[in-house]
Design a protein around this ligand. Structure first.
Ligand SMILES: Cc1cc2nc3c(=O)[nH]c(=O)nc-3n(C[C@H](O)[C@H](O)[C@H](O)COP(=O)(O)OP(=O)(O)OC[C@H]3O[C@@H](n4cnc5c(N)ncnc54)[C@H](O)[C@@H]3O)c2cc1C
Length: 337
């Protein structure tokens, strides 16, 4: 247990904030001991995975626990599938690469997403037409009320777009210890229709791609579009894409004929990046914070000296101007601490 520890290395925004107490846990027993320390001292607890989806808006006057549970295990599941279980502290991208090396299919479109395996169910991470719910079997969690472990299956997780029970009524009630995925071993389902994957494969001269080819295309596209947090602090998309009722979308279409939207039943998902760009935020900088010049949805620590509060205030200005221009309320995807 350390005291007054800087959390700057543990958040991809690279903002400075101190934790009153800090510890790293490597086993479920160490995790339970840390949680017991927190409750016996009436401290708040902050769980840290890769720190790629949090914004620290000030010092944390509690115990920050960095989850470093490691290990991957496998169990065959019929002719064409395998169940792969990874512990919470495994790095997500390295886990995806591990699966690709073994020719296990299902995660290739999710290559290069920062963060850890234990966090992937929280917002049902997704990219390029795939979400983890598509291959998710269960996660094992520590229930913080009973201090017992239990399983959450697909249904119990109630996955939605960047959402799950762990962001709703289960928030701060469970710690995810490991996650099990059902992956293909032979007849992979290759998804190339989303985003620029197909054109990326075409320019590499690949007509009949393997899962590794798809992952490589995704990696190339992501590298060209998104800032690397090691160079420029950020947490990926700062806001969710809002879903609005169809009549509201149709009304906006009359005023803004170029508005983009993806209909889904009675509602339409509108790209938050487009809305933000229309309000003139793309590439705009205020003090140490900016909207990324290539992707308005990504807020960056432009000078490396931004505080979490500055970033939060910047995001509030964006929310205000999108509300004013379009009457749409943007929701932050990043967890505000
Ligand atoms: C450049 C960039 C690109 C990104 N692209 C995508 C993308 O394409 N798709 C996407 O979905 N996301 C994307 N993200 C967001 C982020 O990578 C994911 O949300 C990721 O799952 C966060 O993992 P993490 O371990 O870093 O979480 P952290 O930031 O460490 O934690 C997130 C939240 O979960 C809590 N938490 C951490 N571990 C646990 C646990 N084991 N049990 C319970 N609670 C826990 C934390 O307290 C915090 O509230 C991107 C981020 C960046 C920086």
């Amino acid at each position: 247990m350390q005291e007054n520890v800087s959390l700057q290395p543990f958040n991809t925004f690279g903002v400075e904030a101190k934790a009153r107490y800090f510890t790293e846990v490597h086993t479920p027993e160490e995790l339970k001991a840390a949680v017991n320390f927190s409750s016996s001292h009436s401290l708040k607890t902050l769980l840290l995975g890769g720190g790629s989806n949090i914004l620290l808006t000030g010092d944390f006057n509690g115990l920050a626990i960095r989850l470093d549970l490691k290990g991957i295990s496998e169990q065959p599941d019929g002719d064409n599938h395998i169940l792969v279980t990874a512990q919470a502290g495994e790095n997500w991208h390295q886990f995806v690469m591990y699966c690709l090396e073994k020719n296990y299919g299902g995660l290739e479109n999710l290559a290069l997403i920062p963060g850890n395996v234990g966090t992937c169910p929280i917002q049902n991470i997704g990219a390029y037409g795939t979400e983890i719910k598509d291959v998710f079997v269960r996660c094992r969690v520590l229930n913080l009320s009973s201090m017992e472990t239990e399983n959450f299956d697909l249904e119990k997780c109630r996955f939605g777009y960047r959402d799950s029970i762990f962001k709703q009524e289960g928030k701060e009630k469970y710690i995810i210890l490991n996650v099990t995925f059902r992956l293909t071993t032979k007849h992979h389902s290759i998804k190339t229709e989303y985003g620029a994957i197909r054109s990326e494969l075409n320019s590499a001269g690949i007509a009949d791609p393997t899962i590794r080819d798809v992952a490589q295309a995704v990696i190339t596209i992501r590298k060209s579009k998104l800032p690397d947090p090691k160079e420029t602090g950020n947490a990926g998309s700062f806001f969710k894409n809002p879903t609005i009722p169809l009549p509201q979308f149709e009304e906006l279409q009359m005023r803004f004929p170029n508005i983009q939207g993806y209909p889904n039943g009675d509602s339409v998902k509108v790209p938050a990046g487009w809305l933000i760009e229309q309000c003139g935020w793309k590439g705009k900088q205020i003090g140490n914070v900016a909207s990324h010049p290539l992707q308005a949805l990504v807020i960056i620590n432009a000078t490396g000296k931004a505080t979490g509060r500055e970033i939060f205030d910047f995001s509030t200005l964006i929310i205000d101007s999108v509300r004013e221009k379009f009457g749409i309320e943007l929701e932050r995807e990043v967890n505000i601490i």
